[in-house]
Design a protein. Structure first.
Ligand code: T46
Length: 141
């Protein structure tokens, strides 16, 4: 049972299948992706299922995460509730709005994590300390 987390939603891309082998899934800015895409990055060559990535929140960045190959586990935390998702479906993305602590772990060896982001890279947008994240959240309420 998932807990209610504001700024989080699933985004299902279409799966275009014709008579040929293969499937096309399409992401379009300001259509099925709820922002203008300024940056695309991907994480791959994950050699150990003990790797942990993320462990931060963004102050204003919006992102949609896709697992386009393999699988990993995503943990999303709004400072009050925490949800865990198995990411293993290439056309099923997760939208993460600002101020959501997220962690990625349990990567399969062939995992490719594709991210569409609403802004350019900016280290100042990161909150990398969990207690700092919690105090930001508590200030907001
Ligand atoms: C996120 C999750 C899902 C850049 O220079 N430019 C970039 O666009 C990115 C994404 C990273 N970097 C540099 C910054 C660090 O020196 O790459 C290094 C690793 O970045 P980070 O520790 O943030 O990587 P992850 O895998 O923990 O997090 C990444 C994204 O950075 C982050 O925004 O939400 O994936």
């Amino acid at each position: 049972m998932y807990k209610e987390i504001e700024g989080f939603k699933f985004i299902e891309l279409p799966r275009i299948i014709d008579g040929r082998d293969g499937i096309i899934s399409v992401a379009e800015q300001n259509r099925n992706i709820p922002f203008s895409i300024k940056r695309v990055y991907y994480i791959y060559d994950l050699k150990s299922d003990l790797s942990v990535r993320g462990m931060h929140a963004h102050k204003s960045l919006e992102q949609v995460l896709f697992c386009v190959n393999g699988r990993f586990e995503l943990i999303v935390d709004d400072g009050y509730n925490k949800n865990q998702f198995k990411m293993d479906t290439p056309n099923l993305g997760i939208y993460l709005g600002p101020m959501l602590w997220h962690e990625m772990r349990k990567f399969s060896e062939n995992c490719i994590l594709l991210v569409l982001a609403s802004d350019y890279f900016n280290e100042d947008d990161y909150i990398r300390d969990y207690s700092e994240f919690l105090s930001f959240i508590r200030q907001k309420r």
